[in-house]
Design a protein around this ligand. Structure first.
Ligand code: SF4
Ligand code: SF4
Ligand code: SF4
Length: 275
């Protein structure tokens, strides 16, 4: 019974993902959904299990399992554009498939429950950026987050233009856009990480998906909270946070609160077990 309680969180995650997997499989009559969401659920549950077992690289294991699956299998082999252009494309065609389901689950409604867990455990862009040497930003955050609205608008204008110009074979263009978009994201992400000495600079200033992620994760059910009676205000949690979150403030308005990627670095490093 004690063991079951200890591993309750991975079990809950597995049940949630299996419920989504079976529901979509039966309602859409497509076995792919059973495989897809079961695989992602198993990967995440396995990561939480490793975290409970105090394995240092638990998060990175999940990031690689899910990120590589989405980039290589869904993106390159199945040729699904899971970037934001793919979302607009399927939305305009009125099809609730692939990228629209992915966005609904991972980036629009899911963050109401698990915040920006996507950014910490599944994103294939961050999967590469997190290998770079600047895990803890050494500079103050820059005031250039408005760039995300430009990249967001650019993706919408790009797909709208394809539809308005009635260009044929848009699927092929979307696949090319996926390849080119990813290459550009990686180049921009790596260049910014070195320029700002911050692995997550791309996430903070450029990524268009944060336009969805930030407002939704404001209401996230899962949050890291501080037990004030234990905290000695040593500031270590803020120093190790890759997203500059003031995690000692429990209010939803806390500084950079919508940036938390649930990486648990603050929790692991708190000397007083206050988080
Ligand atoms: S902010 Fe964007 S690039 Fe960064 S992890 Fe989240 S989705 Fe990926
Ligand atoms: S690391 Fe722990 S003790 Fe130190 S400020 Fe953060 S919550 Fe408080
Ligand atoms: S270190 Fe803590 S506050 Fe910062 S992103 Fe990770 S989980 Fe969130």
């Amino acid at each position: 019974m004690k063991q079951l309680k200890k591993y309750l969180h991975p079990i809950i995650f597995l049940v949630i993902f299996e419920t989504v997997a079976v529901t979509l499989w039966l309602t859409k009559n497509n076995l792919f959904y059973l495989f897809n969401f079961s695989y992602i659920g198993l990967s995440i549950s396995f990561g939480i299990f490793l975290f409970i077992r105090k394995y240092e690289h638990a998060r990175r294991v999940v990031q690689l399992l899910v990120g590589l699956y989405m980039l290589v299998y869904l993106g390159l082999i199945c040729q699904e554009n899971m970037q934001i252009e793919g979302f607009w494309f399927y939305l305009f065609t009125g099809v609730f498939e692939a990228a629209t389901i992915h966005y609904a689950v991972a980036k629009i409604f899911g963050p109401l429950i698990f915040g920006r867990g996507w950014c910490g455990y599944a994103c294939w862009t961050a999967m590469v950026l997190d290998f770079l040497p600047y895990k803890n930003p050494s500079h103050e955050r820059k005031n250039i987050g408005w760039i995300r609205y430009i990249t967001f608008a650019a993706s919408l204008v790009f797909v709208s233009a394809l539809f308005l110009a009635k260009i044929g074979n848009i699927e092929k263009i979307m696949f090319r856009a996926f390849i080119i978009g990813n290459v550009l994201y990686y180049i921009a992400g790596i260049a910014l990480a070195f320029a700002f000495r911050d692995n997550r600079a791309f996430c903070k200033y450029i990524c268009p998906i944060t336009v969805f992620l930030k407002p939704m994760s404001y209401f996230s059910l899962i949050r890291v909270k501080c037990k004030k009676d234990r905290c000695i205000e040593c500031g270590k949690c803020k120093r190790v946070c890759p997203m500059d979150v003031d995690v000692t403030d429990n209010s939803r308005m806390r500084k950079n609160g919508t940036e938390c990627i649930l990486c648990m670095e603050c929790v692991k490093n708190c000397p007083k077990d206050a988080l």
